[in-house]
Design a protein. Structure first.
Length: 157
């Protein structure tokens, strides 16, 4: 079983999954930056940004995946759906240097909208997943809000 560790700063979250516990490998620094400084994005809008992977030997990167997705949190089953996905490997004819700065853009869908309910929350994020040698992968997420649904409040009885 691998180890999982993570940290959160603002709306950026990084998780490291190490399936080869006990071997020393430098932890990469993953960054995702969205072009629009506001956290709220509208349906149909173009989401643009960039990502970069630092502090790792480029030869240790097996693949890089970028996704734009939504997921739910709260009571009941948690759901997840991917709106946009791209995967690059050194051999696929994609970006030759996977650790360098890369740009992305995707048109956001009309739904589902972000929602902060009492029992359930629906969240959107850009997720970067880096697959490394020795069975390790690193996941970084940048949250954003799709649409402007008012926050739900508990009903007072």
């Amino acid at each position: 079983m691998g180890t999982v560790c993570g940290f959160e700063t603002g709306s950026m979250k990084t998780l490291v999954h190490n399936h080869a516990v006990g071997r020393f490998m430098r932890e990469p620094l993953c960054s995702i930056v969205l072009d629009k400084s506001q956290r709220i994005h509208q349906p149909g809008e173009m989401l643009r940004g960039e990502y970069q992977i630092d502090a790792v030997d480029p030869a240790d990167i097996l693949a890089v995946e970028l996704s734009v997705l939504w997921y739910t949190e709260g009571k009941g089953d948690e759901d997840l759906a991917v709106h946009y996905f791209e995967r690059h490997t050194p051999d696929d004819g994609g970006p030759p240097m996977l650790h360098e700065l890369h740009r992305f853009e995707v048109v956001l869908p009309n739904s589902p909208l972000s929602y902060e309910g009492v029992l359930i929350k629906l969240r959107w994020c850009v997720r970067l997943r880096v697959f490394l040698r020795q069975g390790k992968d690193v996941i970084a997420e940048r949250d954003f809000q799709l649409g402007e649904v008012p926050y739900a409040r508990p009903v007072k009885t």
